[in-house]
Write a new protein. Structure first.
Length: 282
């Protein structure tokens, strides 16, 4: 299958032009070839966009299954009726989003997911963009002394920003405590190696990373703030303006993303599938 690839920035992101829906429906060699080419583009460019794509929920699930096992359910978000694999993200003036913060999905788990696949069902007339950042590039641009300082250090992650969802307007502290008990915390190395590419990246994010192990809180806060400020540079990022029937898939291991909440009170509806493991990873 012929695929046209256009890079969105020199650092991250590529838009693919292909008949993905047709390949999924054709099956056999055509389907396998399309999936392999999409995967190759994903590993190289970290986030991939495919536009003007009409997919049923069953086809989005089938597409995701070609990369690995799927995650169900999400600890906070509602799923699509009849399709527990699909998270239905619906936001408007009465349902503001909580994803307008830099984050890597679900890092409070011991084994965060490999990939997310987000499909635009309805988008606002303007606004509602999503940004992604390249964690390889963020590491590469660190001063050598900072790379040395971070080597061997780990950080604690928990539900972070999701505390707001459980607390609610009733200030239900018991619900927050139960959520923390149910989801737990995870400890991840700050400097990691990608299992497929062998490249080094930084693994912290403002939403879920709470503390650097072995440091005092003041020391941890200063170091994390340095990393977040360093990461928040346009040179590491791509910004995507959604259109209906656009699909984005990203390597959650080496990206952060931020969903801009500038469109309220307009309505935005997205379908997301999360792939737990990379079946092609060694």
């Amino acid at each position: 299958m012929n695929i046209n690839l256009v890079r969105n920035t020199p650092t991250i992101g590529a838009t693919l032009t292909l008949d993905l829906a047709g390949a999924l429906r054709a099956g056999s060699a055509t389907k396998r070839d399309a999936i392999e080419q999409v995967y190759t583009a994903l590993i190289e460019h970290l986030v991939v966009f495919i536009e003007d794509l009409v997919l049923t929920p069953a086809e989005q699930i089938d597409f995701a299954l070609q990369f690995g096992a799927l995650d169900v359910p999400h600890p906070v978000y509602q799923t699509l009726e009849g399709c527990p694999e699909i998270v239905a993200l619906e936001n408007d003036g009465d349902r503001p989003p909580d994803t307008n913060d830099w984050h890597t999905d679900l890092t409070f788990r011991p084994n965060p997911p490999f990939m997310s696949i987000l499909y635009a069902k309805q988008v606002p007339k303007t606004g509602g963009d999503t940004l992604w950042a390249n964690l390889y590039a963020i590491y590469d641009a660190l001063p050598d002394h900072m790379k040395t300082l971070l080597q061997g250090k780990s950080a604690i992650h928990d539900i972070g920003t999701f505390r707001n969802d459980f607390l609610g307007p009733e200030m239900d502290v018991k619900a927050v405590n139960q959520a923390l008990l149910d989801t737990g915390s995870a400890v991840h190395p700050i400097i990691q190696i990608h299992p497929v590419t062998g490249r080094t990246f930084v693994y912290v994010n403002p939403s879920f990373t709470q503390h650097i192990v072995g440091l005092k809180k003041s020391e941890s806060d200063r170091l994390l703030r340095y990393l977040y400020d360093h990461a928040n540079q346009p040179e590491f990022q791509v910004r995507y303006h959604w259109r209906p029937n656009a699909l984005a898939l990203w390597d959650n291991r080496v990206t952060q993303h931020y969903a801009v909440a500038d469109y309220l009170p307009e309505y935005r509806k997205m379908h997301r599938v999360t792939v737990i493991n990379d079946r092609r990873s060694p």
